[in-house]
Design a protein. Structure first.
Lengths: 329, 369
């Protein structure tokens, strides 16, 4: 079992390394380097930089060195928490990102919990009452959930909220809390605003999980042990919940690992539509303005966060499913 | 009755695998319907300009945000389809000239009308369109789905957008199919270290949040690139999504088939590795690959739409569904011109159609089961 955890941990570290390389590529990809952008920035505000000074800057930032050395230097700074400076904001990247990263995590986690909370009971219901009216309704909703990209859903909901209630449903805080420091009241305000974007974000994943849960449980329900349990006079509720549901849960649990990256990805796009203060809008702005340290850092942090989330879900899965544990012993 | 049954059984026994697959597929009504819808969409791809009736690039500020107009099919009890004409009006508050719909004037429609010039398949010059107006004033027009801010007709733009949105999906799926079959095949054939490396690579790719990465890569494309270059680059970027699933399907099927008796028989008969793979194994999992491909296509289409919607994918003057939806991005525009959301309808229909088609194909792929 320890060997399994160790293997997953090693894989997680390798994944993070791969993500860091990709983030570095993103930082490096635009034509010209950081100093070119810096000079362009300065000359836009009226001051000029001589060729001598430019060379000095390049040496200072190590831009005259081969690319792998630059990567190593960047990584060594990142590992101690120094992400460089945002060119657009003229402030350290860590400061610009600030709370936004945690709000992204909060949104993705809320969506994950919702996905589970909705998909599990509905999946069970759909399987137990196969071909009932409710089953057909759920199936239809699931397929629509699969087919509508979540940014479109956000657009449509925003439009109807505006037309029917005259309300702007965007944002994660009421206006009075927008810039306020963190307090219990602000957290409560956040909790009140989270459900709508979380539901939008969760819908596609939920749809998929309902299908999986339904299919798995249907397979289990046909097995002889269910008939035995029923013949022995167990109440229907116990017959279903005690064995088949637990057996059907296994592949269900293994999808969390893929669900989390998916939700983080989705949160970026719906944040833009609903103007949520997550890293999504910041990333888009940084990419368009070629503010590469900021963009690269956001991609890196999102990636690392996802990998950690996936790792945790692997551990949870191992804890939930005895079959995995026993296979490993 | 009984002779009928036996003849059907005999038919079943001698049918080829493709016939069996087709019979099984035919039973899945929703999948058949979806297949027809997909075919219809690709016909639009081929003849996009023919189905459009107004130049998708032509702007006219006086036609800004004209609401959708229905076609009236009957005039005085006779079947004579018409639309209402437009008249020029000056807004007395803003002094801006604009066209308003004139309910008193009727302009009749005709089929196979002359319109703007285009090249069919990019080669044959033509100016025939499915719909057009008879004896119309220059300002008149058909506005099935209304116009956007700069007066371009939305219906015509959606038709032409189909071309890019659906071919980029196909191109992306082709690239990821190639990667998936190659890497999945290598993984299964060689096993050992190669298999381990490829499987880890797949796990790594799947545990990354894809959208931020694509956004980063897409934003790195130089501004100076042409529409075609951006198109190809976006195709390659999004095809990094699809191949992992396909590689898993291919590897799984390869491994399952390797232990089949008929493969052992072929080996004993001295068939080469190449012949075994392409002559004996490939036909038996080709149908699975086709099913996996049609399930991978919707993801490709959503990716392109999302990237273009964010302004990081294709760039105007290219027209794709994502670019059309970009106009509907903020609530102010939507409140003013809700019909701009119409570009979402074909996206949803084609994604549903590909999903049902894929489901049907997957069930039919194993006709002996």
């Amino acid at each position: 079992m320890l060997a399994y955890i160790a293997r997953r941990a090693v894989l997680a570290v390798i994944t993070m390394a791969a993500i860091s390389v990709l983030s570095f590529i993103i930082i490096q990809a635009p034509p010209g380097d950081f100093v070119d952008a810096y000079i362009a920035n300065l000359s836009a505000s009226g001051s000029s930089v001589s060729a001598e000074e430019a060379r000095g800057l390049r040496i200072l930032y190590g831009l005259d060195q081969p690319i792998y050395v630059q990567y190593a230097k960047w990584m060594s700074r990142v590992l101690v928490g120094d992400f460089g400076e945002s060119m657009e904001w003229h402030r350290p990247v860590a400061e610009v990102i600030g709370d936004r990263l945690w709000l992204t995590v909060a949104l993705s986690l809320a969506a994950l919990i919702l996905t589970w909370g909705i998909a599990l009971p509905l999946g069970i219901y759909s399987a137990v009452r196969q071909y009932s009216v409710m089953d057909y309704i759920l199936t239809t909703i699931s397929f629509i959930g699969l087919a509508v990209p979540n940014f479109l859903l956000a657009l449509v909901i925003m439009y109807f909220a505006f037309v029917l209630f005259g309300a702007n449903v965007g944002g994660l805080f009421s206006s009075e809390f927008d810039l306020a420091p963190w307090s219990l009241a602000k957290i409560w305000d956040l909790i009140k605003h989270l459900p709508l974007p979380a539901v939008i974000l969760a819908l596609a994943g939920t749809a998929q999980l309902i299908r999986i849960m339904r299919a798995n449980l249907l397979d289990e329900l046909r097995k002889p042990y269910v008939i035995t349990a029923r013949a022995k006079g167990l109440p229907e509720w116990r017959v279903i919940m005690k064995y088949p549901v637990r057996a059907a849960l296994n592949p269900f649990a293994s999808t969390i690992a893929y669900l989390f990256p998916y939700l983080v990805s989705g949160s970026i796009i719906i944040s833009l539509v609903l103007s949520l203060p997550t890293v999504g809008p910041l990333l888009l702005k940084a990419l368009i303005a070629q503010d590469m340290f900021l963009a690269g850092t956001i991609v890196l942090l999102l990636g690392v966060m996802t990998v950690i989330g996936t790792f945790i879900s692997d551990l949870v899965l191992m804890w939930v499913d005895p079959r995995i544990r026993h296979e490993l012993d | 009755m009984s002779t009928d049954q036996t003849s059907r059984e005999e038919q079943f026994a001698v049918a080829t695998q493709w016939q069996l697959t087709w019979w099984r597929f035919r039973k899945h009504k929703l999948a058949v319907l979806s297949g027809l819808i997909v075919i219809a969409f690709y016909i639009i791809v081929l003849f996009a300009d023919f189905f459009a009736y107004a130049d998708p690039h032509a702007t006219d500020s006086r036609r800004s945000h004209i609401p959708p107009q229905t076609i009236h099919f009957f005039d005085d009890g006779a079947f004579k389809p018409y639309v209402h004409g437009l008249t020029q009006k000056r807004d007395l508050r803003t002094f801006k000239l604009s066209y308003q719909i004139d309910p008193d004037r009727k302009v009749y429609l005709e089929l196979f009308a002359e319109g703007y010039r285009y090249n069919l398949f990019g080669l044959i010059p033509s100016s025939t369109h499915l719909l057009g107006l008879k004896n119309a004033q220059p300002e008149d027009g058909i506005f099935l789905l209304g116009t956007d801010l700069v007066g371009r007709d939305l219906w015509s733009r959606i038709m032409v957008a189909t071309r890019i949105s659906l071919t980029i999906g196909l191109a992306g799926v082709t690239v990821s199919l190639f990667l998936g079959v190659l890497l999945g095949g290598l993984s299964a054939v060689y096993g050992g270290v190669v298999d381990m490396m490829i499987q880890r690579l797949i796990e790594i790719l799947r545990s990354m949040p894809t959208i931020p990465l694509w956004m980063g890569l897409a934003a790195a494309l130089p501004n100076t690139w042409t529409v075609i270059q951006v198109y190809l680059a976006i195709t390659i970027i999004i095809s990094f999504l699809g191949w992992t699933d396909l590689a898993r399907v291919v590897r799984g099927k390869f491994l399952a088939l390797r232990n089949e008796d008929f493969i052992a028989a072929a080996e004993l008969a001295g068939a080469s590795q190449f012949r075994i793979i392409f002559h004996h194994m490939l036909p038996s999992f080709l149908s699975h690959i086709i099913a996996a491909t049609s399930l991978a296509l919707p993801a490709m289409i959503i990716s392109e739409t999302s990237l273009s919607f964010l302004g990081l994918g294709l760039r105007p003057p290219a027209i794709s569904w994502g670019i059309l939806l970009q106009d509907a991005q903020n609530i102010e525009t939507l409140a003013l011109a809700p019909w701009l959301l119409a570009a979402a309808v074909p996206v949803i229909i084609i994604i549903l159609a590909f999903n049902f088609l894929g489901d049907g194909l997957r069930d039919a792929a194993d006709p002996y089961g």
